[in-house]
Ligand binder design. Structure first.
Ligand SMILES: C[S@@+](CC[C@H](N)C(=O)[O-])C[C@H]1O[C@@H](n2cnc3c(N)ncnc32)[C@H](O)[C@@H]1O
Length: 274
């Protein structure tokens, strides 16, 4: 494999493009990361320079190369029941949510859902904790910018190691054990799967077309790459989609320094709309 150099002016091109398209803010120090992670891709495509790769990336109207680029420089890491303390908090909040309901209807947005573990966890959680789960009209909107992770999420098959930490009863209720090419997989059961609507959606550039409010929004470990401006605007838009008293969940390493007049920190990176 040839080691292809990334010139500073080429890095600037990528930096501006990726900021405009995805909102990811790449600092100068990320030049080595971009070069390292994309060298193999350039070799695979038979390209001789990062300038050629830039032309390839920007002329690809399918968006697939953008997905590839974003996956190479960021992370899709996720897991079932990630951020344990947030699920404990949600268990305590559930009676309040139920009491506030005139209709048995719950709407939740998992924004930046990666390969689906987060929206399916929300449903597993509700299945365990919401009385008469089956009588509720529940819909989870689960969105991501990457078509690759969404394809995995929609298929709903997971490796045994992804579910091994979960309580056995939850696994039995939520997954079917199936074999694909003699390999054991855990397939999300239709009763959960049918409640999730997966959509390709860019949180920075796509319009906020939502007519109705959500009961809660999860946007965990997504804004880590965004700059203050994009983070601020996105949180503002999320807040307008929540009724008073409703929570928004961020990743445990994320905290807000803005929106103090509209959002109150409840702990564990959970904020409540005031
Ligand atoms: C680290 S994963 C987090 C998954 C899950 N929320 C969790 O906490 O386990 C971050 C996800 O955000 C998505 N993402 C990054 N930028 C995005 C954007 N501008 N719009 C939508 N999704 C984005 C990535 O594709 C990735 O799947």
């Amino acid at each position: 494999m040839f080691e292809i150099e990334l010139k500073p002016e080429e890095f600037t091109l990528f930096r501006n493009y990726i900021y405009e398209k995805v909102g990811i803010s790449l600092s100068e120090q990320k030049s080595t990361l971009v070069k390292g992670r994309l060298n193999k891709r350039l070799n695979h495509l038979g390209l001789k320079s990062f300038r050629d790769y830039y032309n390839h990336l920007t002329s690809d109207t399918s968006g697939e190369e953008l997905t590839f680029f974003v996956s190479a420089i960021s992370t899709n890491v996720t897991s079932f029941f990630r951020e344990t303390s947030q699920w404990t908090w949600l268990k305590g909040y559930l009676p309040e949510l139920i009491a506030s309901k005139k209709e048995k209807k719950i709407r939740i947005w998992s924004a930046g859902c990666s390969s689906g573990e987060e929206p399916y966890t929300i449903l597993m959680f509700l299945q365990e904790n919401l009385p008469d789960f089956e009588s509720w009209d529940i819909k989870i909107l689960a969105t991501d910018i990457s078509s690759k992770v969404l394809t995995h999420a929609i298929a709903g098959y997971y490796e045994p190691k992804s579910v091994e930490q979960l309580p056995k009863e939850i696994v039995a209720k939520s997954f079917e054990r199936i074999h694909i090419n003699n390999q054991l997989k855990y397939k999300v059961r239709p009763i959960l799967k049918e409640k999730v609507l997966f959509r390709l959606y860019n949180l920075i550039t796509d319009p906020f077309f939502f007519k109705n409010k959500f009961d809660m929004i999860f946007c965990r470990n997504v804004m880590i790459y965004f700059d203050d401006k994009n983070r601020h605007e996105l949180i503002g838009r999320f807040t307008r989609l929540l009724p008073k008293g409703s929570p928004i969940f961020l990743g445990s390493s994320e905290s807000l320094t803005t929106h103090k007049d509209t959002l109150k920190l409840l702990g564990s990176s959970i904020y409540q709309k005031l």
